[in-house]
Design a protein around this ligand. Structure first.
Ligand code: PGA
Length: 250
């Protein structure tokens, strides 16, 4: 039985004082959940978030990393740096990074390998654009992105990868995929993993849905057979709203 994993993606929001208040308010509200709770915060909040989340069940992640350990890459942060302060998770290949910062399937793959090399768990985003959805090629796009992202990983690493299926047209738009469509897309991703890595890996790998998840739709989405929780953007900025998403089953 797979655990639900509910991760917040704060994107470029929240100053350290806001991060500290939010996590302080959130902690008692989510302490009894059976789900894994993660907050992926800006680099400048990481240290404060880690300290505030100590002795709680909230895990802290970053939103990006570079694939090299160190060197002349001005402005970048490496997996080794993240690990050194106690970060556990890192989002890789979010569609905003693919779209605005020229990330490709190849850099996504390199970053995932570097995350594992540094003991970080990657949350890898895949998803189709509106044009691709309308052209009826969603499955082809997302299964191919998944295959390329995971290329060269061991079965054990794939089992420990969290995949976030995020249709791009649903991100920050208020439009959510129906639970049936999201579940079907996630099943397609799981089938691709089954084809390449076998049944055991496919059964264990966590695949989340992301794109306008909120407290009013979390129960229906997370109740679907193959949706193992969510990657939540806008609705993860407020403790009360995010806690309702985490407690979707209560
Ligand atoms: P959203 O963002 O929940 O605000 O749509 C999700 C994401 O980009 O991860």
């Amino acid at each position: 039985m797979r655990k639900k994993v509910i991760a917040g993606n704060w994107k470029m929001n929240m100053l350290p004082n806001e991060a500290i208040s939010m996590i302080t308010e959130l902690a008692p509200l989510v302490k009894d959940t059976n789900s894994e709770v993660i907050l992926c915060v800006p680099y400048t909040d990481l240290f404060y978030a880690l300290l505030t989340a100590q002795e709680t069940n909230i895990k802290i992640g970053a939103q990006n990393m570079h694939w090299e350990e160190k060197g002349a890459y001005t402005g970048e942060v490496s997996g080794q740096m993240l690990k050194s302060i106690g970060v556990e998770y890192v989002i890789i290949g979010h569609s905003e990074r693919r779209q605005y910062f020229a990330e490709t399937d190849e850099t996504v793959n390199k970053k995932i390998k570097a995350a594992f090399a540094n003991g970080l768990k990657p949350i890898v985003c895949v998803g189709e654009t509106l044009e691709q959805k309308e052209a009826g090629i969603t499955e082809q796009i997302i299964t191919n992105q998944t295959k390329l992202a995971l290329e060269g990983l061991t079965n054990e690493q794939v089992k420990n990868t969290i995949i976030a299926y995020e249709p791009i047209w649903a991100i920050g738009t208020g439009k959510t995929a129906t639970s049936e469509d999201a579940n079907n897309s996630i099943k397609a991703i799981r089938n691709k993993i089954l084809e390449i890595y076998g049944n055991e890996v496919a059964e264990d790998v966590i695949i989340q849905y992301g794109g306008s998840v909120k407290s009013s739709n979390a129960k229906e989405l997370f109740g679907a057979s193959d949706i193992d929780g969510g990657l939540v953007g806008g609705a993860s900025l407020k403790a009360e709203e995010f806690s309702k998403i985490v407690n979707y089953d209560k």
